[in-house]
Ligand binder design. Structure first.
Ligand SMILES: *Cc1c(COP(=O)(O)O)cnc(C)c1O
Length: 377
């Protein structure tokens, strides 16, 4: 074989046909004025966090915590758990990857409501397991009965995103507990709570993992500093579970899962929670304004408990997305299904509502818009 014709060795067939993380901003593309495509916090980093990062940087010649122990201890104190019940990593998406690789073999099934987080099919595909997608109900929420009915002897993991990305809907705490309780104990339940801070009382959000883990020994809860905590760029996520489960996550995980600067930032963020509380309050205000404003213009909006809203526009999604892009607004389009718009600042909300006002004439007769001023309950 001539070297110039040689192709590199082929990777595992598991990589065939993976969807790929493609929908973010293309390299070199201009940054939109209103960046509402990735559910990030719109605020720049708190000065105390910036100072903590700068201080940690001077120690960057040394390896950080072997397992992120300092952060695990702080999170354990916050949630009323033992440090042995927490694993940290560079984003909760990395923890999900480690969990699927640690628990799944080829031929296993991961059962998840769908539409949900775009990363799931990719991570599931890499694990060798099959992702079984259970359609959401007509309210764009998790269909608990359908999820239970989809479980088979091959099911290894039930993966539930609550509140769900991209629809923003959430199961009530009791309904969620009933669903987890109904899943057989030999199936690992992974509860992705990336958006939980936006869904309830801060105190309840902090205390719920301990209560829930005590009721369900087969449960892993994933959380992140990327959304309400405003640190997407520093990549900090964590898992909470029984110590045996955490031990096995650690067994999959390479050492030093978080850089020292990320550990320092997360610890500083935990010490400055009022900034997070304020962000959550603003999100609730803007989410209400955005949802009601869009509905008043005849655009359907699912009830959101997150920092984004879901517009189930079906075939019209791409047209609105293109219109928003022209108005310098970046949203996330799921072709043929819907459009997800992050709730940002008041200025972002105004920009979206203005843009949609100028789009309305093009909605077409299939849209059956509600009269101006009508509100969905
Ligand atoms: C944003 C998001 C995450 C967070 O991922 P990180 O890796 O922690 O940034 C996890 N799950 C869902 C559903 C998300 O939307």
């Amino acid at each position: 074989m001539r070297p110039d014709r040689a192709t590199p060795p082929a990777p595992s067939a598991r990589l065939d046909g993976l969807p790929g993380y493609g929908k973010g901003r293309a390299a070199g593309a201009r940054v939109a004025a209103h960046r509402l495509g990735s559910n990030e916090a719109p605020d720049t980093v708190h000065p105390a966090i910036a100072r903590a990062v700068t201080a940690a940087l001077s120690g960057a010649n040394r390896y950080p915590d072997l397992r992120g122990e300092t952060l695990a201890a702080a999170l354990a104190a916050r949630h009323g758990l033992a440090a042995a019940q927490i694993a940290v990593s560079a984003g909760s998406i990395v923890l999900l990857d480690q969990i699927l690789r640690g628990w799944c073999d080829s031929g296993d099934e991961i059962v998840a409501p769908w539409r949900s987080y775009e990363a799931y099919p990719i991570i599931a595909g890499l694990s060798g397991a099959e992702l079984v997608q259970v359609p959401l109900n007509t309210e764009h929420g998790v269909d608990a009965a359908a999820l239970l009915a989809a479980l088979t002897p091959r099911s290894r993991i039930a993966l539930i995103c609550n509140p769900n990305n991209p629809t923003g809907t959430a199961l009530e705490p009791q309904a969620l507990d009933a669903l987890i309780a109904a899943i057989p104990a030999h199936i690992l339940v992974v509860l992705d709570e990336a958006y939980c801070d936006f869904a309830g009382e801060a105190e309840a959000v902090a205390k719920s993992p301990a209560a829930r883990l005590s009721r369900h020994p087969n449960l892993v809860i994933l959380r992140t500093f990327s959304k309400a905590w405003g640190l997407a760029g520093l990549r900090v996520g964590y898992a909470m579970a029984a110590p045996e489960i955490i031990r096995n996550i650690h067994a999959v995980q390479p050492p030093f899962p978080l850089p020292g600067v990320a550990l320092a930032a997360a610890l500083a963020a935990l010490d400055h929670e009022p900034a997070v509380t304020a962000r959550i309050a603003r999100n609730a205000t803007e989410r209400r304004r955005l949802s009601e404003g869009l509905r008043a213009k005849g655009v359907p909006v699912a009830p959101s408990q997150a920092n984004f809203v879901w517009l189930p526009l079906g075939e019209r999604s791409a047209a609105l997305n293109a219109h928003l892009a022209q108005m310098d607004i970046a949203a996330r389009c799921f072709d043929g299904e819907g459009l997800r718009i992050t709730t940002g600042t008041a200025d972002d909300t105004d920009a979206v509502l203005d843009a949609v006002a100028s789009w309305r004439p093009h909605m077409g007769s299939a849209s059956t818009p509600k009269p101006m001023g009508a509100r969905d309950k």
